[in-house]
Unconditional design. Structure first.
Length: 102
C-alpha cells in the first residue's frame, strides 16, 4: 500500500469575508468545521446537532450561550452541549474550529 501525504491549506487560505464555513473532515465518527468570521460579523443563533468543542485558532470571539457571554481568544477552547442555542460575534478577524462527534 502506497502512503501519501497531503497538506491542506483550507484554514490558512480561508478569507475574512463575513462568515465563511468549510467542512474539513466528515466521517462516520467526527466532523470538523473551519470557520472564519470577519471582525464585527455575527454567526447567527443556531444549535449543534451533537455536543461540540470550539477552538479559536486566530483572533477573538464573543460566544453567547444561555444568556452568558464568553470571550475566547487564540488557543482557547469552549465545550457546549447539543441543541443549546448559541451565537458568535468576532471582536477581531477570527478563525476557529468546531469539532463534533457524529
Amino acid at each position: 500500500m502506497e502512503e501519501y501525504f497531503l497538506i491542506d491549506r483550507t484554514i490558512k487560505n480561508q478569507p475574512f469575508s463575513k462568515l465563511q464555513i468549510h467542512r474539513l473532515v466528515a466521517t462516520e465518527a467526527i466532523e470538523i468545521l473551519s470557520i472564519s468570521l470577519e471582525k464585527g460579523v455575527v454567526f447567527p443563533e443556531h444549535v449543534s446537532p451533537t455536543d461540540a468543542q470550539l477552538i479559536v485558532l486566530e483572533g477573538c470571539i464573543a460566544f453567547h450561550i444561555k444568556g452568558k457571554e464568553f470571550i475566547i481568544g487564540e488557543q482557547e477552547t469552549i465545550r457546549f452541549k447539543k441543541e443549546e442555542k448559541h451565537w458568535v460575534k468576532a471582536t477581531k478577524n477570527s478563525k476557529f474550529l468546531i469539532i463534533r462527534p457524529h
